[in-house]
Design a protein around this ligand. Structure first.
Ligand SMILES: [Zn+2]
Length: 266
C-alpha cells in the first residue's frame, strides 16, 4: 500500500473535520508543553533568586566574622606586646640583681640598678678561679623563672669555705678549669631537681664538678688530702661537699650511673 493510498484512506475515514480535530489536539499539546516549560523556568528563577539572597547573607556573615577576627588579632597583638614588655622588665631586673621592677623605667637603667649591679660584680669573686655566680647559675632555674640567688651570708660563707678548702686547691692540683654543673640550689630548684630534702646544695656546702674522668678527679682530692665531707662519683661529674664547721665525714659513694659506666674500677 502506497502513502497516497494511506492518506486517501485516513481522509475518507475522518473527513475534513477529523483532520482539523487532529490539528487542534496537537496544538493544545504543544501549548501545554510550553506552559510547563515556562512554569519550570519561573521555578528555577525563584530558586536562583533565593540562592543569591542566601549567598549575600553568608557573605555579610563572612565579612562580619573577618572583621571580628581582625579586631581579636589586634587585641591579641596588644596583649602579646604587653607580655613581652613585662618579660623584658623581669629579665633585666633579674640580671641586674634588682627585685624592684619600678627602678627600670623605659629601658633606662636607674642609678639604683647600676649601683647594685657594680656592687654585685665586685662581690662576686670568691677565689682566683671561682665566683658566686657560678654557684647560682642554673639552666633549670632560668627555664622555670626561679630566683636562684644566694639569699644570705650564712650560705655565702659555706660556699666560700667549700671553694677555699676544697675546690680552689683541687683546681690548682688539676691545672685545668673546673666547671660547676650545679652549685647552690634554692629549695624551689632543689624540689624541681628532685634533690634530697637535706641536700647540702641548699646550704651552699656542695658542688657538682663536671669530670670527663671522675676517678681521676676523686683521686686528686684524696692525694692532696682535701677536707671533703662527702664525695659521690657519677658517670660525668663528681659531687663534692664540705661542712663549714666540720667535722668532715670523708665519705665516698658511687652513683648507679658511675657503676654502670665504670664497672671495672669498683
Ligand atoms: Zn650534687
Amino acid at each position: 500500500m502506497t502513502i497516497d493510498l494511506i492518506i486517501q484512506l485516513i481522509a475518507s475515514l475522518t473527513g475534513t473535520g477529523g483532520l482539523i480535530a487532529l490539528f487542534l489536539i496537537t496544538e493544545k499539546k504543544t501549548a501545554a508543553q510550553l506552559q510547563n516549560t515556562r512554569k519550570m523556568d519561573e521555578k528555577w528563577q525563584q530558586i536562583i533568586a533565593q540562592k543569591e539572597r542566601d549567598f549575600a547573607l553568608l557573605n555579610d556573615k563572612y565579612e562580619a566574622a573577618t572583621a571580628k577576627i581582625e579586631r581579636l588579632y589586634d587585641d591579641n597583638s596588644e596583649l602579646r606586646n604587653s607580655l613581652d614588655q613585662v618579660n623584658t622588665d623581669c629579665a633585666v631586673s633579674r640580671i641586674m640583681r634588682c627585685d624592684c621592677i619600678g627602678c627600670h623605667p623605659a629601658g633606662l637603667l636607674s642609678e639604683h640598678s647600676t649601683t647594685r649591679y657594680s656592687r654585685a660584680m665586685k662581690n662576686d669573686r670568691i677565689s682566683r678561679n671561682f665566683t658566686y655566680s657560678e654557684f647560682e647559675r642554673s639552666d633549670t632555674a632560668a627555664l622555670h623563672g626561679i630566683d636562684n640567688a644566694i639569699p644570705d651570708d650564712r650560705i655565702r660563707r659555706a660556699v666560700r669555705l667549700l671553694v677555699g678548702n676544697v675546690l680552689q686547691p683541687l683546681r690548682d692540683a688539676m691545672r685545668v678549669p673546673l666547671h660547676i654543673n650545679s652549685g647552690y640550689r634554692s629549695s624551689a630548684l632543689n624540689t624541681l631537681l628532685s634533690g634530697s630534702r637535706n641536700s647540702q646544695h641548699t646550704k651552699g656546702e656542695a658542688a657538682d664538678i663536671a669530670a670527663p674522668d671522675p676517678l681521676l678527679l676523686a683521686q686528686t682530692v684524696i692525694r692532696n688530702s682535701l677536707p671533703f665531707d662527702q664525695m659521690i662519683l657519677y658517670s660525668t661529674f663528681v659531687h663534692i661537699s664540705h661542712k663549714p664547721d666540720g667535722p668532715q665525714r670523708g665519705q665516698i659513694l658511687y652513683d648507679s650511673s658511675y657503676k654502670e659506666h665504670y664497672p671495672d674500677t669498683l
